[in-house]
Design a protein around this ligand. Structure first.
Ligand SMILES: NC(=O)c1ccc[n+]([C@@H]2O[C@H](COP(=O)([O-])OP(=O)(O)OC[C@H]3O[C@@H](n4cnc5c(N)ncnc54)[C@H](OP(=O)(O)O)[C@@H]3O)[C@@H](O)[C@H]2O)c1
Length: 326
């Protein structure tokens, strides 16, 4: 089955996820959708110092939005901020150093932020694909800790900041790679069998899409979406999938092309009119399963994922005394 899924996915990708695929889709984009003034609105972007995240931050700063860059490395964050401010002449760009693989750090940052600020849009973009299997200081598998648990804690802890504003949104940058995976709620930290980083990444991306659907059902005031940016030439794709990157490079998207739908979902009036919780590609809601791929999970499996993620999140939540340190 996975050979079938991978083959169908790759053929689909060659048609749709490439630069040619973007250019074909972009013929139907309404340019006016992105002609918006974002002054007075705030946008938090994880992994905003590189690739799709940096390109998204630039587009938002260009339109006058306040940008909160969530990055783990101060030097890389400052270099990217300098570039964004210089190119957009927008000084409302702020760096927050947070390692998303640390559940405690994410809780502390997000709770503190929520206490003192409101937020219009959260863009969950940061991601890793690391191998061999590695544990964080908190004893969590590192891909899961960064891509799923960090995203979950950040999003849920920022709900109070989002719910206070007009038209709040959460955009989660997933991947078309999730189409090759059925949720495996039995082993979310890849403890069984041989560890495969591409499988772990694709499971994480499937989990992100399911979380986004669940949040949409739970938090009605907020517009949630997840999306696939296409195959994009970024530092991440260069290092995580080097042979795929080398093979596809001549037809890979630029970071700006990859960011287009992220920006559209974050800022356009047209995106806000779409139902909450959908998965997008090139400004269109698309299916989350390939035909005949048997990747649909049951509500029970999804509940199991949610319960496990929530339990882990609560395990690392600072107690009241620690929260008042800020
Ligand atoms: N490129 C593609 O072809 C492609 C395809 C499908 C989906 N995507 C998705 O697009 C998103 C962006 O990827 P990209 O290609 O732009 O990759 P990228 O250039 O590697 O950017 C990833 C960003 O995430 C940050 N990050 C990683 N771990 C972090 C942590 N623990 N705490 C805080 N920040 C962390 C990185 O920071 P550092 O600079 O410090 O490492 C970097 O800023 C990801 O969600 C990815 O899954 C990309």
């Amino acid at each position: 089955m996975s050979i079938y899924r991978n083959a169908v996915w790759f053929l689909k990708g060659r048609q749709e996820y490439t630069k040619n695929g973007y250019e074909a889709a972009a013929k139907h984009f309404a340019q006016a959708d992105l002609e918006v003034d974002l002054s007075g609105r705030s946008y938090m972007i994880t992994g905003a110092n590189s690739g799709i995240g940096k390109s998204t931050a630039k587009e938002i700063a260009q339109r006058g939005g306040t940008v909160h860059m969530i990055c783990r490395n101060k030097d890389r964050a400052e270099a990217a901020k300098g570039e964004i401010v210089e190119q957009t002449k927008n000084d409302n760009v702020h760096i927050h150093i947070v390692d998303l693989s640390s559940a405690r750090q994410v809780w502390e940052f997000a709770q503190n932020f929520s206490k003192h600020n409101t937020l219009h849009v959260l863009i969950n973009n940061a991601c890793i694909m690391t191998s061999p299997r590695e544990l964080t200081e908190e004893g969590l598998e590192k891909n899961f800790a960064t891509n799923v648990l960090g995203t979950y804690i950040l999003t849920t802890a920022l709900i109070p900041a989002l719910e206070q504003v007009e038209s709040p949104r959460v955009v989660t940058v997933s991947s078309g790679g999730m189409l090759t995976q059925k949720l495996n709620a039995e082993d979310i930290q890849f403890e069984k069998g041989t560890f495969d980083s591409l499988m772990a990444y694709s499971q994480n991306k499937r989990q992100q899409v399911i979380l986004s659907e669940r949040w949409a059902a739970q938090y009605k005031k907020i517009h949630f979406s997840s999306m696939h940016p296409g195959w994009v030439d970024t530092p991440g794709s260069r290092t995580s999938v080097p042979s795929f990157h080398a093979k596809m490079l001549s037809n890979m998207r630029t970071a700006a092309m990859g960011a287009d739908t992220v920006v559209w979902l974050a800022v356009s009036a047209a995106a806000a009119k779409q139902p909450s919780g959908l998965f997008f590609q090139d400004r269109k809601a698309v299916g989350t399963h390939l035909p005949l791929a048997s990747t649909r999970s049951t509500p029970q499996e999804e509940e199991k994922l949610l319960a496990a993620v929530e339990e882990l999140a609560l395990k690392f939540k600072p107690n009241k005394e620690q929260q008042y340190r800020h």
